[in-house]
Structures are given as structure tokens and as C-alpha cells.
Write a new protein. Structure first.
Length: 255
């Protein structure tokens, strides 16, 4: 047994590159050798972990470094104003949820560097899920128009039980919201009636985020600005908007 313990002690000393210096466990003192082996193994694991942490810090992406800088600035701000611990927790949690905003911006920048044909193919695949939820875009809309609208979508994050303002079209990426007494799941679009020029006929419901929500948003002015670049789609969508306006006006008058 003593020979096996001494062999283990010698192997750990060799693997961890501690070396065979002047200070070592007494020969054939099994208890002392076991303690030294545990210490060497533990310190080697700790040293390996520290090296891994330093390497990960050096190899982080620019977006991650920017996020950490913002988090550090937030901690400094909260300490300067002595904010309550509960508020500090919520603010840090919100900042952690916004890290994906940089990823969305990076993807948009990357998409802009592709050829028009590749942009169309990728954009159609990425946005096909929510486009199918917008009835006036899923049939007959030009591919270039879909690309233009997708490029104008801006990412936003809403905290739990926060109101999502009306007057814009939202594409839900993550989380669940309640809009117009209906539950909206990821991939759905709501507020699509921003196409109507008469704001009084828009529903304008406020959505409620039931958890942290990631959305892509475009307001009515941005949507119409994108549509105006494509005459064929402009004529078709304006015709739909007029019919939609008439129906809404009749319903409002009946109410």
C-alpha cells in the first residue's frame, strides 16, 4: 500500500511539474505523502482555472468586451448614487438581457455586405416566420421590399410587466406578451395596422411583457418609407389600406 501511495505522489509531482526540490514529503510517510499529493493536485487545478480565465478575457469578442465595459460603468453609477439592492439587481439583469442587441446589429451589418441575391435568400429564410404573420406581406410582396423592411427593424428589450407602447409594428423574437387580450408567442407580429394612415382607426393597444421580451420594431412612418421605394408594392398596399380603413370606419361607426 505504501508503495502505491508513493507512486501516486511521485506521479502527481511529475504531472503538475512541481519538481523534485529540497522540500518534499518524507520517504515512506504515507500520511504526509497523501496530504502533499492533494495540495499539489488542488493548486494545479486552481492554476489551470486561472490561466483559462485570463485566456478567455483575452479572446473575448468586441461585443462581449463592450458589454462588460457597460456593466462596469453601470456598477460605478449605482455605487455613486447608492441605489437600492433590489433596483441594482433589476438593472444588472436588464443589461444582461440586452447583450443580444449587439448580436442583431452585427448580423445586420454582415447581411449588408452580401450580394443582393444572397441578401434576399438569407433574409427570406430568416424572416419567413414573421412575414407569414403579416397578412399584407405574406402574399405578393416583393422580395426587395421584405429585405428593406427587415433592414429597418430595430431591436428592443422590455422588462417583465412593462408596457410595450402602441403605434408601431412589433416582431416578437423571444418571450411572451399579452396584446389585445391575446397571448403573442415568439415569431408572431402585432401592431400591423400601422399601415393605416388614420391613427384614430389603429387599435393602438398596449402590450404587456410577461417576462423579458426581445422584439424587432418599426413604426408606421418607417414602414411607409420602405414601401414607397417600390411602386408596385406601394399601389397594392395602399389599396389594401383603403379597404382596411373603410372596414375599420364602419365598425367604429357601428360601435
Amino acid at each position: 500500500m505504501e508503495l502505491y501511495v508513493y507512486s501516486l505522489y511521485f506521479a502527481i509531482m511529475t504531472i503538475t511539474s512541481v519538481g523534485y526540490g529540497d522540500i518534499s514529503a518524507s520517504p515512506f510517510m504515507m500520511g504526509e505523502q497523501i496530504v502533499c499529493a492533494v495540495i499539489m493536485l488542488g493548486t494545479a487545478l486552481l492554476w489551470g482555472n486561472l490561466i483559462g480565465v485570463f485566456c478567455s478575457l483575452a479572446a473575448t469578442s468586441p461585443s462581449t468586451r463592450e458589454f462588460r465595459e457597460e456593466l462596469s460603468q453601470l456598477n460605478t453609477f449605482m455605487a455613486a448614487y447608492d441605489l437600492a439592492p433590489s433596483l441594482r439587481f433589476r438593472l444588472r439583469e436588464f443589461i444582461h438581457e440586452t447583450i443580444h442587441l449587439r448580436d442583431v446589429e452585427a448580423r445586420s451589418s454582415l447581411l449588408a455586405k452580401l450580394s443582393p441575391a444572397m441578401q434576399g435568400e438569407v433574409s427570406l429564410m430568416v424572416n419567413s416566420r414573421w412575414v407569414a404573420k403579416v397578412w399584407y406581406l405574406k402574399d405578393g410582396a416583393e422580395l426587395e421590399l421584405l429585405i428593406e423592411i427587415a433592414s429597418r427593424l430595430k431591436p428592443q428589450v422590455f422588462a417583465p410587466w412593462e408596457f410595450v407602447p402602441g403605434g408601431a409594428m412589433y416582431v416578437l423574437q423571444r418571450g411572451v406578451v399579452i396584446w389585445g387580450a391575446r397571448i403573442q408567442n415568439p415569431g408572431s407580429a402585432f401592431g400591423t395596422d400601422v399601415l393605416l394612415e388614420n391613427r384614430s382607426l389603429q387599435l393602438g393597444f398596449l402590450a404587456i411583457a410577461t417576462r423579458y421580451v426581445w422584439v424587432l420594431v418599426i413604426d408606421g412612418r418607417g414602414l411607409m418609407s420602405a414601401v414607397s421605394k417600390f411602386p408596385a408594392s406601394t399601389e397594392r398596399l395602399l389599396k389594401m389600406a383603403r379597404k382596411w380603413t373603410i372596414r375599420r370606419a364602419i365598425v367604429r361607426a357601428a360601435e
